[in-house]
Design a protein around this ligand. Structure first.
Ligand SMILES: Nc1ncnc2c1ncn2[C@@H]1O[C@H](COP(=O)(O)OP(=O)(O)OP(=O)(O)O)[C@@H](O)[C@H]1O
Ligand SMILES: [Mg+2]
Length: 439
């Protein structure tokens, strides 16, 4: 069925107009039309701003004014700074019950387009078109957006544990326990499967540790749909695109031909699974040359149970299910096959991962998450053996006053800030290698 742009146009707020007086209420939340058909990015003529007002898709999204977003982020203050990627800086904010009727009080993350950054209007629009229409427990919720003059902002649900990249690779903290790693892998797999199995399939194209956000109980949610593409239609087997993505995660056939399929996402999933097993980044220029590209280094050991322990993350200190690790490594090996057709579908990845969460041959017991957001010290209940481990770790901690694991990375005590533009000091420093780019 062809999508009727007129169905959307009446719901779409003007974009590009001057800031409205916040006293004058504008039409805030967009409602869903009766016969809902997901609008594709290709249905939109990538517009001048005026065109946007008649073609931008939206459903249940709130259109914020710039003033509102300044209020909820305390004028984008550096103390609310969460991090920065290719799109621009991200700040924590809080929507209180006075902001607007019908919008529940909640913490949010506000992403502001940096006009000098590597992304622009197109990525902003893609985020709204995809996340505004796709809803799933393993996709981050887009609450709304702002589009005034040249300003482009996005407002998301706030994810207390930040990105997997921060959790997995940051120094000076307790490492992610095995059970959390498997829960994250499964959640992220469910997010990808949802996209691939949609009525109109979506190829995510930028699956990587920094785009997997974590809720307080380690539920994984995919964020950043700026590079997402609608899957092939009809007889087509692939979508042809400019090669975009992040070094170290992109599938070899996609890099060589620009042909994009859902199997490209499966490859990237395999890379993240190896990151979870080894605690190493997909590309790490600080390692010896033959270890810099994670998949090249790890691949021969993934399918060899006798050598697998050599590549397992030393920060796990042996506390993982051996059987689970073997199965997860064999799965990663399949996902990383150079032949896309030999990779499993995301549905089959889920079926392999699900039972791994039940394995209880983890040394010294399992973690149980109780997840209160307000007191990080109570977030993890541990077995006695694990408490002993952590005590040993804390004695090596160069920040003895800091309790781990920490739920957020935004407070001044956690971060070295430089006019709100520096990343968290525990955060892997931004490098072109782990940014979304033309490859
Ligand atoms: N909804 C959110 N809740 C909490 N933190 C968030 C949220 N969205 C983003 N962040 C944090 O903001 C930082 C920047 O995220 P962003 O997605 O803009 O960049 P990136 O993923 O690091 O890089 P890239 O541009 O390649 O995607 C990350 O450290 C992430 O943890
Ligand atoms: Mg990102």
């Amino acid at each position: 069925m062809a999508v009727k742009k007129t169905v959307w146009s009446y719901m779409v707020p003007l974009c590009g107009r001057k800031e409205q007086n916040p006293e004058t209420p504008q039409k805030k939340a967009l409602s869903k039309p009766a016969s809902f058909q997901r609008l594709s990015l290709s249905d939109l003529s990538i517009p001048g701003l005026e065109d946007l007002s008649v073609s931008l898709a939206g459903s249940r999204l709130h259109v914020f004014t710039l003033l509102e977003l300044k209020v909820i982020t305390q004028n984008f203050s550096s103390s609310n700074f969460l991090g920065e990627g290719g799109f621009g800086p991200v700040h924590k904010g809080f929507i209180d019950d006075k902001l607007r009727p019908g919008l529940k009080p909640q913490p949010v993350a506000v992403k502001l387009l940096d006009p000098d950054g590597s992304q622009g209007h197109r990525e902003w629009l893609a985020e709204i078109v995809f996340l505004g229409q796709l809803r799933h427990p393993n996709l981050v919720k887009l609450i709304g957006y702002c589009c005034v003059d040249e300003h482009r902002l996005l407002v998301y649900e706030y994810m207390p544990r930040g990105s997997l990249e921060n959790q997995l690779f940051r120094r000076y903290s307790v490492s992610l326990p095995w059970s959390a790693r498997m829960k994250i892998a499964l959640g992220a797999a469910k997010g990808l499967a949802f996209l691939h199995e949609a009525e109109k399939p979506v190829i995510y194209r930028d699956f990587k540790a920094s785009n997997i956000l974590l809720d307080s109980d380690y539920t994984a949610k995919l964020s950043d749909f700026g590079l997402a593409k609608d899957g092939p239609e009809g007889e087509d087997t692939h979508v042809s695109t400019r090669v975009m993505g992040t070094q170290g995660y992109a599938a070899p056939e996609y890099l060589m031909t620009g042909h994009l399929t859902t199997m490209s996402d499966v490859y990237s999933f395999g890379v993240v699974l190896v990151e979870l097993l080894t605690g190493r980044k997909s590309v790490d220029k600080n390692r010896p040359t033959r270890e810099q590209k994670l998949t090249d280094w790890a691949r021969p050991m993934l399918n060899d149970p006798r050598r697998l322990s050599r590549i397992m993350d030393p920060r796990l200190e042996g506390q993982y299910s051996e059987k689970g690790a073997r199965k997860a490594a064999a799965l990663a090996y399949q996902c990383l096959s150079n032949r896309p057709k030999q990779r499993p579908t995301m549905r089959s990845v889920i079926e392999t991962l699900e039972p791994l969460l039940e394995y209880n041959d983890v040394l010294e017991g399992t973690f149980v998450y109780t997840a209160p957001e307000s007191d990080p010290r109570k977030e993890v209940k541990e077995t006695k053996g694990q408490q002993d481990h952590h005590r040993r770790r804390h004695s090596r901690n160069p920040h003895p006053g800091r309790r781990s694991p920490r739920p957020t990375i935004h407070s001044d005590s956690d971060a070295t800030l430089d006019h709100g533009r520096r990343r968290n000091m525990d955060d892997p420093l931004p490098s072109d290698a782990n940014r979304s780019n033309e490859l």
